[in-house]
Design a protein around this ligand. Sequence first.
Ligand SMILES: *Cc1c(COP(=O)(O)O)cnc(C)c1O
Length: 404
Amino acid sequence: MLDIKKIRADFPILNRKVNGHSLIYFDNAATSQKPQQVIDKIVEYYTLYNANIHRGVHALSQEATDLFEESREKVRAFFNIAHTKQVIFTSGNTHSINAVANGAHAFVKKGDEVILSAVEHHSNIVPWQMLCERVGATIKIIPVLDNGELDMATYHQLLNAKTAFVVVNHISNALGVTNPVKEIIDAAHQHGAMTLIDGAQSCGHMKIDVQALNADFYTMAGHKMCGPTGIGILYGKEDALNALPPYQGGGEMIDQVSFEKTTYAGLPHKFEAGTPNIAGGIALGAAIDYLNEIGMDDIAAYENELLIYGTEQIKTIPGAKIYGDVTDKAAVISFNVASLHPYDIGTIVDKLGVAVRTGHHCAQPVMERYQVPGTIRASFAFYNTKEEIDVMVQALQRAVNMLS
Ligand SMILES: *Cc1c(COP(=O)(O)O)cnc(C)c1O
């Protein structure tokens, strides 16, 4: 059981008023709020030991380097990664995906096929389209069923000797549905294909064991797991990372440089050109400490309670339709009410202090699949409450009454 009152006290932004009402923040799938412990870590870095890392012999540089590398170790343990050299710090989930797609000509050749799912975020579609255009490969799509689950029968039929890469998200940000990634990865491997799982919606909401999943690459966003913006993680199997060419050149990623030839540094530095987001990396470590202290199993169980309650309550609104109404999903509810425009509803509930997302959620193919211009998305975190859900449902009802 979580001590919600104590947890909420850690998040200063939850005391804010918006349009004269107490803030109810239900846009966690876009970015999570940050506890004071994380905010303090950022201030501490710039106040006490701001220096560049891995370079100086002086005390500040060594302190900053030690803390940055301690964070890498925290990330390693949190996702059960075998070795810290497999933890690449990036600027975010999008950067992590691009780092792989940009070098994926090492795995995808002319005439090959790359399989994506129909529920991908634009950041897990466009980099693969760019790759396929570059190398002359083709994209194949796993369709999504009416209930928001992937059409796995079609997936198994799509796999063949030309399949070089399979790319899916662990949890869809547009629907909240958890995809059967273990089955997807195992089947891809049977056909000799590489795999990348976009974990932007799973990190911070469930326990993730990258070794048990056996994905070749797995990507995460620091800002969606209580960490700051501007820091992300790319995990890869050691062989996969060694086979992947770096896509940014610069300082820190080299071993030897001359004008004739440059040799690259080993992992993880091969992929970390230039000065990284040092404060962000260190503060991400504080976010992981914070999540560990509460416990990922308890966080997942409580968020699932909010999901069940929120789903029931939203269904009490006449005309409400939920997209992706299945049991195996994260605390993300994507819905519409009759033919009312999601933007109009979102604008009215914002006036009442309730922050929900409206629109296509960077997943236009999903909206096209369900033939809607967009949806309203309420996404919960462990600092939210059932009372907040009640207030949201009242606000939604009021909006519907005004607009109908
Ligand atoms: C948020 C999100 C992304 C993009 O991550 P950034 O942090 O914006 O780089 C990609 N995929 C999914 C599923 C997401 O939820």
